[in-house]
Ligand binder design. Sequence first.
Ligand SMILES: Nc1ncnc2c1ncn2[C@@H]1O[C@H](COP(=O)(O)OP(=O)(O)O)[C@@H](O)[C@H]1O
Ligand SMILES: [Mg+2]
Length: 379
Amino acid sequence: MITMADPQLAVTEGALAQGVMQLRSCAILGLDGDGQINACNAGVEAIFGYSRDELCGKGFACLFSAADAGRGADRQVLERALEQNFEEMGLPMVRKDGTRFRATLMLEQVGTAQQPQVLVVVRDISEYFQTQKRVREAQEIALRAQRLDAVGKLTLGLSHDFNNLLSVIGNSLDMLAARRTGDESARRIMDIAHRAVERGTQLTRQMLAFGRGQTLVPQRSHVHDLVYGSLELYRRVCGQTIQLGVELEKDLPPISVDVGQLEAALLNLLSNSRDAMHGVGKVVLEARKQTMLVPNGHGEEAPFVCITVGDSGPGIQAEIQDSVFEPFFTTKGVGDGSGLGLSQVYGFAAQSGGTAIIGTSALGGAAISLCFPVAYATA
Ligand SMILES: Nc1ncnc2c1ncn2[C@@H]1O[C@H](COP(=O)(O)OP(=O)(O)O)[C@@H](O)[C@H]1O
Ligand SMILES: [Mg+2]
């Protein structure tokens, strides 16, 4: 049987107390009833960056930001612990160097009514918090991708059906044209019908792109070559009244993309910017290397090259940001928009192992990025 006078127990307790004083994974502080720190363990150094001597004698408020302390956050926590004997909460706290971090605090009243003493245990949970945040973000991205994937399957089926119908119409028109009746007005009508078939075929191609049913021919390429190779075309889409700037980061690693589809995607983005700005404003085509979450929902990160088209237009309202990648979503009038531009952009990026992201441009308008995984050289 162990009694309090047991010398063995005294040794064990002494070792425990010493261990608690040396513990670095959490900061343990003793506060008097006025919130003055009168004892602390080695954890304060690891977590707050103060030495133990430095912290003893200071007020508890020094571990909070000036704004939080101004609102009385430190006093409230202490008072609750004094009233209820125990308090547990999550709060932002501040290190000696001024950085804020997420902390959990456990406070317990261990003194007497005459001489109150509160023991505070602080843990830095910012890493856990960041991991949770990243997992949540990854789940959101995966969920959005799943939704677009389901719509994509539907669109793919539709585009095949329409393509077959358009082939039949196109072939029939070709056969009629071959008869050469010499009827000028009939020929004009057939020309109109032919153009409609061509336009329809173009639309089904975009639907196919969104449904990831295209046959892509990826080539290991450098963004610099891709952008400057088609710059003339991009300038033409922007027109005379839109200033197009190009800002490519130096020494970008190569990516593996279908060159024709990338050009189509950038043309879609530039024409959207032109429309959003009603033909007048600034557009910048940027590319930079970025570490990003891999769009597989597991929370892993990898290097990507993001090509962004940002403009000085009105931007995309938050309420519709979730919908713009969907096929047929358009805010333009009938005949002006097909709602298939951004779905081509998204489908192409996703089929290439990347993703498309909506953001805000430094110019104040929308910024849409096409992000592709870096294509490292295979030995
Ligand atoms: N740069 C942009 N600025 C503001 N809104 C944009 C921009 N790009 C796209 N949008 C919005 O997204 C919608 C969908 O674009 P898109 O798929 O290309 O179809 P469409 O251009 O045929 O409308 C547009 O109708 C518009 O509301
Ligand atoms: Mg468009």
